[in-house]
Design a protein around this ligand. Structure first.
Ligand code: ATP
Ligand code: MN
Length: 477
């Protein structure tokens, strides 16, 4: 008999029928009640071992963490808390678990502790819920774009262009690290390396995605992205997943409209389909909040926040307007910002973004038309010749979740910018070709998938929403 998923059994009305279940013991009480979980559901299946001649030696092996194969009859539960339970008739221990050594005990563990047990933490209710939602969200991402007629393109992970400019890169090389061949000036000679040039792990698939947008029309990437930034924050990983749609014939407004529609659509999918996991994470957040001082507590519950984003338009504000709001804020006048807002043109720090989103507007904000000097070379220059058609989406509790722009489609303007910024133009010959042959206005954005999972699950540290986080000094699993 094939095993039935616990999720299915919990909803089943096939009383008295026999079933097989397989999973891991969460708890075992009174030598009688096994709470079994197989990952299919937040809830455990209560399984009752109450048959004669069950040997004491077998009973001893039913410990927290052990893997079991059970066969028995589904019956209406006598106890509270569940509709049905399994009356076990046959029990096999598939994998023992030493209760003294098993790290995931049936008690509350700190998230920090669990990070050190990343290979086992998905056995906890919290991580299982987060990872189920992560999986659903990925699917929702593909679903949204596929339904809109976008094509999924896989851009390279190893890149030969160092012009992406989005952050520090990890070098990819097969040269002998101890004794690399050297060039005339005494540096490692990458001409002798695997690709005959210096290569790195990608920080963004955008430039390559643009080439596909200018042929397939509307495309998106969804893949791993790497940044060797030594920032130990709750929102940065060295390896994360990025979703990057890129669309021909879109201007900046079309781009913002798409981003809003996209975020709403995937959040709605989770709200509609992940009821139990969301309810659990919502409660978890409420409990966590109770241990915080009043001022730091969240004004909204998790599901409330998600609904708020689904039901309210994001506030669209130009950089210049935002700059004035910040400059005139009490915060700024009382010198409460670490980085005072004085001069138009400064890059906004996360304290400023938080002020705008969490204190001033109290809703997701799209900032657009940034000063050219703080943005990448490929963003389209505005008529004022000072700003570019960039847009960042800022979320409460998260900060920047999306960074995007309309791309510069005019060859001369783009070339001039590349020169001004001292970027090697030769490297970008293929990118410039797009502006030579059938150039069109086009736009796109990048959304950090883990930051979206953070928002959806209410997890405050990005390390807790990816199975195996890669951060400085941490790549153990
Ligand atoms: P930040 O200012 O937060 O470092 P960024 O300006 O470097 O972000 P972009 O280069 O615009 O970000 O990347 C697009 C999106 O990718 C960001 O909006 C964010 O959601 C996500 N992102 C960027 N860096 C990281 C990272 N190190 N870990 C996780 N997600 C990231
Ligand atoms: Mn960054």
């Amino acid at each position: 008999m094939k095993a039935t998923k616990i999720k299915t059994l919990l909803k089943s009305s096939e009383i008295k029928k026999s079933f097989v279940v397989q999973g891991w013991v969460k708890t075992f009480r009174a030598k009688r009640f096994i709470a079994l979980n197989d990952g299919s559901s937040l809830k455990n299946l209560q399984c009752i071992v109450d048959f004669e001649n069950l040997e004491e030696s077998l009973l001893k092996r039913i410990t927290t963490g052990a893997a079991l194969h059970l066969e028995g009859k589904l019956v209406e539960s006598q106890g509270e808390g569940q509709k049905v339970e399994l009356l076990v008739e046959k029990l096999e221990v598939l994998g023992d678990s030493d209760p003294e050594k098993y790290p995931i005990q049936p008690k509350k563990h700190s998230l920090e502790f669990l990070r050190e047990k990343a290979h086992l933490r998905v056995r906890t209710t919290t991580f299982a819920a987060v990872m189920r939602i992560r999986s659903k969200l990925s699917f929702a991402v593909h679903n949204f774009f596929q339904e809109q007629g976008f094509y999924y393109v896989n851009t390279p992970i190893i890149t030969g262009s160092d012009a992406e400019g989005a952050g520090e890169m990890f070098r990819v090389s097969t040269l002998d690290a101890k004794n690399p061949p050297l060039n005339e000036v005494g540096n490692p000679d990458y001409k002798q390396d695997f690709f005959g040039k210096e290569t790195n792990l990608t920080v963004s698939g955008q430039l390559e995605a643009e080439t596909y947008a200018l042929g397939l029309g509307e495309v998106y990437t969804f893949g791993p992205t790497f940044r060797a930034e030594n920032s130990n924050t709750t929102r940065h990983l060295a390896e994360f997943w990025m979703i990057e749609p890129e669309m021909a014939f879109y201007d900046l407004t079309d781009n913002m409209d798409l981003a809003e529609k996209f975020i709403r659509s995937v959040l709605k999918e989770i709200l509609d389909n992940c009821f139990e996991d969301l309810e659990f994470l919502d409660d978890r957040l409420v409990k966590e909040d109770q241990s915080k001082p009043q001022a730091e507590r969240s004004p909204m519950g998790l599901r409330e926040k998600i609904k708020f984003v689904i039901n309210n338009d994001f506030k669209r504000v130009s950089y210049t307007e935002a700059f004035e709001i910040l400059r005139n804020s009490k915060q700024n006048k009382k010198k409460k910002f670490k980085f005072p807002v004085i001069q138009w043109g400064v890059d906004l720090q996360s304290e400023h973004e938080r002020y705008l989103v969490e204190s001033h507007f109290n809703c997701p904000v799209i900032l657009y038309d940034y000063p050219a000097n703080i943005k990448a070379f490929y963003m389209r220059r505005n008529e004022d010749n000072k700003t570019v058609r960039a847009m960042d989406i800022l979320f409460p509790g998260i900060g920047e979740i999306v960074g995007g722009s309309q791309r510069e489609e005019r060859l001369e303007v783009l070339e001039k910018r590349i020169e001004e910024m001292n970027i090697d133009k030769k490297e970008l010959w293929w990118y410039l070709d797009l502006r030579r042959f059938g150039t069109v206005p086009h736009s796109g954005f990048g959304l950090g998938f883990e930051r979206l999972v953070q928002f959806t699950t209410g997890m405050s540290n990005i390390r807790d929403v990816i199975p195996f986080p890669r951060t400085p000094l941490n790549a153990s699993f």
